[in-house]
Design a protein around this ligand. Sequence first.
Ligand SMILES: Cc1cc2nc3c(=O)[nH]c(=O)nc-3n(C[C@H](O)[C@H](O)[C@H](O)COP(=O)(O)O)c2cc1C
Length: 505
Amino acid sequence: MVLLFVLLGIVVLLIAVGIHDVIQKKHSILRNYPVIGHLRFLLEKIRPELQQYFIERNYDGRPYDRDTRSTIYSRAKGTNEEQPFGTERDVNEVGYEYLVHSTAPKPVAEQVPRVRIGGPDCTAPYEMALLNVSAMSFGAISANAIEALNRGAARGGFAHDTGEGGISEYHRNGGDLVWEIGSGYFGTRDADGGFDPDQFRDKAADDQVKLVSLKLSQGAKPGLGGVLPGAKVTPEIAAVRGVPVGKKVVSPPYHQVFSTPRELVLFIARMRELAGGKPAGFKLCVGSRTDVLAICKAMVAEGITPDFIVVDGAEGGTGAAPQEYEDHIGTPLTEGLLTVHNALTGVGLRDRVKIGASGKVATGVDVVKRILQGADYTNAARAMMMATGCIQAQTCHTNTCPVGVATQDPRRMRALDVADKTHRVANYQRETVESAMQVIASMGLEGPEQLEPRMLLRRVDHARTESYADLFEHLAPGQLLGGIHDVSKAWARDWVQADPDVFRP
Ligand SMILES: Cc1cc2nc3c(=O)[nH]c(=O)nc-3n(C[C@H](O)[C@H](O)[C@H](O)COP(=O)(O)O)c2cc1C
């Protein structure tokens, strides 16, 4: 009899916990997995040993390590992020990098700086934040995730890139938009899948759209298009993308709007004109340096510059891509950034074109490092997903995301509470930028514009470290135009080969 009462008591308790879990809004995992989801928190509590054994082991090789994840989560939640005891990094490991602090740090600048995007042909420049939401399309991530990101961007005053899936109603929550189009031209596509300038003009006129962007390639799958299976093409997604319901949608690896560097540059000018003078640019994962230089030659020849270029690193994320592409193709962000920054500098156009950087930017130090390597501002995709509750389950491609971030399943998506995650997205961005400003002050600088390559060092072997100033070749403004006698053989060769009318294989 007693046993029966005990069992009944346990059942009632579990039902009560289950009801509480489904109703509460802080933890998406509990909303989707009531009761059993507590195991995750239990294991986290008894860290580090058990957590490392049961959880971290499963995270082996996953994009973000434990420290980075805990920094993102604590910033998003606004909880204490301080750690006891000291570094857990091996500072003697080859490849270890560190920033040079000053003996006389400066006070942290009161005003967080912004980056003005808009070259000479732009009539509506935009003041970009140092960290923004990188492109993730509606389709790859859920309606609730898009809404939380856009509301977070509105609250924190930063930009939200739509990704190539078009502008949905969930993007329309007041956050500044970078409207991206890819080779599928979703949202501005004609019946044959080509670019429709009239639709583009109408949609780009929207006040919320502040910049327009052409995606050439993405670090996780450069040289590859995308496929959205018919089952995922719901009426809502079909309407946003301008495609038929239930039919497989293919975005090809190549563009129809250009096939040469010159045509690319001319198309960017056309986008800017159609967008009423709003900043226009492109996003790419760098392939060959010759291609980058060919685009720069086309800019010089036509007297046309994009207002911005976003460089995505090979270490970047995706909703779905073949493993081989994720692991073996594309230039890492460091080299890609240095290439684009130096190519633009070498042709004397660096002051007209702003550079954004994406590829595992997650912390203030990441923001500082990328600026020092040549970026003006940064974007984050997966760290922003984590601010909306992503736990790196890595099931984005299966529609079964356990926390409702990367799924189109309405039942799973409901786990993501928009109000709570809006708050976290805004918190995460603000605290990360504040951390970047704090680091800059510790380096004895007043602002990001004073960052230089000599301020970042990398261990190259057991006895030596070298700064980025010495490790890489840095071109002087206009150096390539003045002749190639004082650049390295490699830069000279690529410059000679670069042709504004051909992308070389
Ligand atoms: C789920 C997901 C969807 C993405 N969709 C797009 C997209 O539509 N267009 C695009 O240019 N990049 C897309 N990306 C790439 C990101 O914008 C970003 O360039 C890349 O993930 C690097 O940033 P991260 O390391 O902060 O994630 C996507 C990334 C993820 C994780």
